[in-house]
Design a protein around this ligand. Sequence first.
Ligand code: NAP
Length: 262
Amino acid sequence: MFITSMENAYSLKGKNAIVTGGNKGIGLGIATALAHQGANVAIFARDEASAKEVIKDFSAKYEGKFSFYKTDISNMQNCKDSVAKCIADYKTIDVLVNNAGIGTGGSLLDMDENMTSWFECFDVDLHGAVRMCYLVGKHMRDTEKGGHIINITSNAGEIINTPFLTAYAAAKAALNHFTRCLAAEVAPFGIRVNAIAPGFTKSNFTKGIPEEFVKVIAATVPINRFAEAVEIGALAAYLASDASDAMTGAVLTIDGGYSLQH
Ligand SMILES: NC(=O)c1ccc[n+]([C@@H]2O[C@H](COP(=O)([O-])OP(=O)(O)OC[C@H]3O[C@@H](n4cnc5c(N)ncnc54)[C@H](OP(=O)(O)O)[C@@H]3O)[C@@H](O)[C@H]2O)c1
């Protein structure tokens, strides 16, 4: 539904949202922002313990309904089972955030002959999102209620932000263009598809970087810091809301200006 005034424009009250990888890092920032705006949130991830903690915390703080569906997004049957259970529990899915991802590094020329790490990376970072779009997109079309899909890509999909992230960067670039193509394909069903391309953001992903090196990297970012996960969440909350109803097929970079200089 589009807005004609700012009345409740950013509200997500009563909306049902799936966030893949909503238990940690950027996904947790996104789940938090959506829950704060009134959404019910279903977390799809593998690690049950951290997801259960998040659900306990959200249930104490927010009014919505929060659940966890143990899912490996690189496995179609897993995705299918979890989406079916989630639909049975929530009846409709209004928002899908494809956030789960892995940051496979290493040189292409040093991979094994089967290029195992290349395909592992694509299977999660590109095909994991595609599987979820296929399953949830069909539901959004068939219920005739439409919905909002948000793919979390990376500024590495547009620029070389770190060397030897070729598989990751190529998967994210593909996910950016997949976002545009799917947006055009499903617009007639009232389904919007947008992408958020973050830059360096505090998460488990970046936790392993030594503190001295974090400072060196931060100094290359015009805002001189890493983004907070909830800042990515705030943009996702906007994209999930009716306030952004005129926007589809967009890839929004949020990287403190880093890609301006690269
Ligand atoms: N942090 C950054 O600087 C940065 C920058 C640009 C883009 N991004 C993107 O932001 C997204 C989130 O990354 P993050 O930085 O928050 O990393 P993170 O802290 O390592 O979190 C990754 C999340 O993905 C889930 N996940 C990984 N593989 C999965 C699988 N096969 N099936 C289901 N869930 C899976 C993990 O949950 P389980 O382990 O429980 O499965 C976890 O919740 C990724 O798509 C990443 O590419 C991050």
